[in-house]
Design a protein around this ligand. Structure first.
Ligand SMILES: [Zn+2]
Length: 507
């Protein structure tokens, strides 16, 4: 294993000792009666104290029964999709703003460069990380966030691939394919919102402007590179400031600069740190603008990313046209090559497919530790990356620290940073930070001394020394269900790969 791999893989942000213990709640300690300074207590005091104890015991038991049947009341618990709330001057329906910061690796938040995002997460919520789908690439993951589906179900199996049914190539950076609705399977959350009669606005979220069924976001700003964050902020606020009947309740926004920096100079670079700080200022400006409008209890802001980033400045190169891999002839027998950095292979005949698969599987390559060869049958089930025509029959999947190439291509055009690797790698993990009425409820429930008595368990919570509450890592296919729940559109939600009831314990 190369040193590069271990260099990138750092410890998670929390250790086991930081785990939240519901029985070690400081608030509980205040209920414990402290003895007086005097050594001996008068009889009357003992009687009073004993009576107090008995009262507490009875009250405690009674409260416990009550709490088991009804959750604590909180004004935000009833603030669902239909409820209308005023910010003091205008009426609002519950609103969700989901912002994707491409390539924001989960542990970037521990660099001391994102004070505002951390402050937002302290007042709201943060997860230790959010686990992307495999492959950990931009387009598959942005569509997973929108649809709650794995790649084998939503069809965007890589940033580039060949579809055997239509015999068309998908290329993320060509509008002719990237906007072709036939490639994009499943219902994005804006389509679900349309069904529920909810107005939506899409600011450059990777995906098509229209789905197969003809559904489009109510407002749509197409992708354009190098749009300043101030312009994006202005657009979002323009939508928020629309009149009640025109205003979107679901807003989606996308920002690519951090991913671009990560690819260009690597995750440990000054450029990444600078861009990270800029993105943090954008989060602060967005948060403050909503607070200025008195919308903190009305708009849920969910900051996510699609995947992480690892250093690929000095990879061990695996030449697929070497004789201990496919060989030149084998490479020539490949008719379609999908994905990057993993490589999906389609051969010109079934015979060649079996022959070269066997060749790869029995290879005595000097760096055989650096990659795996899979078929749809042997693909790790946790990737949910097998059951679709678009997934090639043979895949070479490199590990972190390794890169597939050919003798002709060498390391030309390779970036200093990359992603797309196994989604169990921590450096591939994405971020989740949320703030708004939803997170306020969760926080209140968690903070309450009664939380320990609740019939459901907040097992995902960890308390750190600076009073930040951090959720356990969770899969990004749960985000669709979260937004559906927040906007009260669960009845219109499509079948997805999220866990049924995943967010119930937080509401
Ligand atoms: Zn990305």
């Amino acid at each position: 294993m190369s040193k590069r791999g271990s260099f990138e893989e750092r410890e998670g942000l929390l250790t086991a000792s930081d785990q939240y213990d519901p029985f070690d709640d400081p608030f509980d300690k205040e209920l414990t009666i402290q003895p007086d300074d005097e050594d001996a207590w008068p009889r009357s005091k003992i009687v009073k104290t004993a009576t107090g104890f008995i009262f507490l015991l009875i009250f405690g038991a009674f409260a416990r029964v009550l709490l088991r049947s009804t959750p604590p009341s909180h004004p935000n618990l009833s603030f669902n999709g239909d409820y209308i709330r005023s910010n003091g001057t205008h009426d609002f329906r519950r609103t969700v703003l989901i912002v994707s910061i491409d390539g924001l690796r989960a542990d970037y938040l521990d660099r001391g460069l994102t004070p505002h995002l951390l402050e937002i997460s302290k007042r709201g919520l943060r997860a230790k990380s959010m686990v992307p789908i495999f492959p950990t690439l931009t387009f598959p993951n942005h569509w997973a966030l929108m649809t709650g589906l794995h790649a084998e179900s939503h069809g965007i199996i890589a940033n580039n691939f060949w579809d055997p049914q239509s015999e068309l190539e998908f290329h993320y950076n060509q509008i002719s394919s990237a906007w072709n609705p036939d490639f994009w399977l499943g219902d994005p959350m804006w389509e679900t919102a349309n069904k529920a009669g909810i107005i939506t606005a899409n600011l450059m979220w990777p995906g098509p402007p229209r789905t197969k069924s003809g559904s489009s976001p109510s407002y749509f700003v197409p992708w354009k590179d190098k749009v300043p964050l101030s312009v994006k902020l202005h657009q979002l606020l323009t939508w928020i400031d629309l009149s009640f009947n025109e205003r979107p309740q679901l807003l989606m926004a996308y920002e690519p600069s951090l991913d671009q920096a990560g690819h260009l100079t690597g995750p440990m670079s000054l450029l990444v740190n600078k861009t990270l700080a800029q993105v943090d200022l954008f989060a602060a400006a967005l948060h403050d603008s909503l607070a200025d409008r008195n919308l903190t209890d009305i708009v849920d802001v969910v900051f996510v990313s699609d995947h992480g980033m690892t250093d690929t400045s000095h990879p061990t190169l695996i030449y697929v046209d070497d004789d201990d891999m496919l060989g030149e002839q084998g490479l020539n027998a490949v008719v379609h090559e999908d994905g990057w950095p993993a490589m999906g292979l389609r051969f010109n005949s079934i015979q060649n497919e079996s022959y070269y698969l066997e060749k790869l599987l029995t290879s005595k390559h000097p760096h055989s530790e650096g990659f795996n060869v899979y078929t749809k049958e042997t693909m790790p089930p946790r990737w949910h990356f097998a059951h679709h025509d678009r997934i090639s029959p043979v895949w070479i999947v490199p590990k972190i620290g390794y890169a597939l190439t050919t003798r002709k291509e060498g390391d030309v055009g390779m970036n200093k940073g990359n992603h797309g690797y196994d989604n169990s790698e921590h450096s591939m993990h994405a971020m989740f930070v949320a703030h708004g009425p939803f997170s306020a409820v969760v926080k209140d429930l968690h903070r309450s001394s009664f939380a320990a008595w609740l019939p459901w368990k907040n097992k995902g919570w960890h308390s750190t020394s600076d009073d930040t509450y951090v959720m356990d890592s969770f899969p990004n296919v749960e985000i669709y269900g979260l937004v559906a729940k927040l906007l009260g559109m669960e009845n219109h939600a499509s079948h997805n790969n999220g866990t049924k009831g995943f967010w119930d314990k937080y509401f």
